[in-house]
Design a protein around this ligand. Structure first.
Ligand code: PMT
Length: 400
């Protein structure tokens, strides 16, 4: 089933240059199962035509409050009632000001006034206009009234300025829409997640690490945030964007990750250790780049044990979170996972067989066996996103 199957979204477009992105936005929403009904302001039509929007949405576009024919087919009250979500993208400074003032001087603002569906606003304007105290106060007013503000992003603007005011990209808006409709299974829960590898320095230019990409941990963070949790992601060095609504704490070494984890764990309801933490680190880090030694073909680096982060979290005497570990195994998966579950005093362990091609480290898919003291469940090959959802549902069940 598509994530937006059967959802009815009114896309309200106002007159900003970002309006050209609404064709793409509508297509992406429709692909995910949404029905999109487009309402355009007069100015929006200067940037993208109603015909284009009709073609991509597959529905007649509503443009005028005073058009008897349009009102007869689907009037502003019906549009307002039809919506499961009203998304205003792009929302110009003018549209935001008119909504803040409670005006209903065109079709779009009357739909906003008449709907009891959630309203999401994606501001898009020049950075100076966005910074203007009038705009800021208007946005604060909308937020106070329960509207959600998505964005804006920062970057180079159509006018050449650089700063905050760009509309979020269509796929980012689609993600927000999906999140909006997710059952909020984890609402009110605080979840800390470790992800990615650690880097253990040998000298200023060299380190020991592993192949973890962070994808599994980031998928967990993204899904947990979608399910309404307040998520802190303690991340080793990876090449991934921070998921929406997730607080990210960057670390490099196991010791740094340990420090961040022990700070976050007592504040969390659930702690998930998905990171591939180096078990050992070089005993000494050379101050300067190490040189080749003439006359020797060997270099011996003495290693010392790193703290076991997840075991430290699980042994907290006060404010101990429900503690979930991962087990990356290449043989006897169940035996080693069960051993880690009891030795580290975990509440749940997710075991993956990292000897298998296409799953585990640095892949988009995985397959997991979950073990907890009184049970187990197997999740066959699926995307890390889908598995993250399954793991979080299982955690929710076990913490009821
Ligand atoms: O990042 P990806 O490319 O998406 O790959 C995902 C993954 C394979 C890294 C992930 O699914 C996974 O298995 N993570 C755990 C990797 C690991 O280090 O497993 P382990 O069996 O060595 O450790 C067991 C548990 O102890 C893990 O929860 C680990 O985070 C934790 N640990 C290990 C050592 C240590 N010093 N401190 C720890 O907390």
């Amino acid at each position: 089933m598509q994530p937006l199957e059967g959802k009815k979204i009114v896309l309200g477009i106002s007159g900003g240059i970002a309006a050209y992105k609404c064709a793409e936005l509508t297509r992406r929403l429709s692909e995910r199962g949404a029905q999109v009904k487009v309402v355009m302001t007069k100015a929006a039509k200067e940037f993208i035509t109603p015909l284009t929007m009709q073609a991509v949405s597959g529905q007649p576009v509503s443009e005028s409050l005073l058009d008897p024919a349009a009102e007869a087919s689907m009037g502003h009250i019906e549009i307002a009632k039809w919506a499961d979500l009203v998304l205003l993208a792009p929302a110009t400074a003018d549209l935001i000001a008119r909504m803040a003032a409670g005006m209903g001087n065109d079709l779009l603002t009357t739909v906003v006034l008449a709907t009891d569906a959630p309203v999401a606003v994606a501001p898009a304007m020049n950075q100076q206009m966005y910074k203007n105290v009038a705009t800021q106060e208007n946005i604060a007013t909308l937020q106070r009234r329960g509207m959600t503000i998505w964005g804006p992003a920062s970057g180079e603007q159509a006018c050449g300025d650089i700063g905050a005011g760009r509309m979020l990209e269509p796929m980012q808006l689609v993600e927000r829409c999906i999140a909006q409709f997710q059952p909020k299974l984890l609402q009110g829960k605080k979840i800390a997640i470790t992800a990615g590898p650690t880097q253990e320095a040998i000298d200023p230019v060299r380190f020991i690490s592993n192949h973890s990409s962070g994808k599994m941990g980031y998928a967990l963070a993204e899904q947990a945030a979608r399910l309404g949790a307040e998520v802190t992601l303690i991340s080793g060095p990876v090449n991934l964007a921070t998921p929406a609504n997730v607080t990210r704490v960057n670390v490099l070494s196991a010791e740094e990750m340990h420090h961040a984890a022990m700070e976050q764990a007592p504040l969390s309801d659930v702690f998930i250790g998905c990171a591939a933490v180096a078990d050992y680190r070089p005993a000494e880090i050379a101050d300067q780049k190490m040189k080749k030694v003439d006359g020797s073909d060997e270099l011996v680096v003495r290693m010392v044990k790193n703290p076991d982060i997840i075991a430290g979290v699980a042994s907290l005497k006060q404010n101990r979170p429900f503690t979930v570990g991962f087990a990356a195994e290449t043989q006897d998966v169940e035996k080693y996972a069960m051993d880690k579950l009891s030795r580290k005093n975990l509440d749940l362990i997710c075991a993956n067989d990292v000897s298998q091609a296409g799953i585990g480290f640095n892949s988009n898919d995985n397959a997991l066996n979950l073990y907890w003291p009184n049970g187990q469940k197997n999740f066959p090959l699926a995307s890390k996103q889908a598995l993250a959802q399954s793991i979080l549902e299982q955690i929710n069940e076990l913490t009821q």
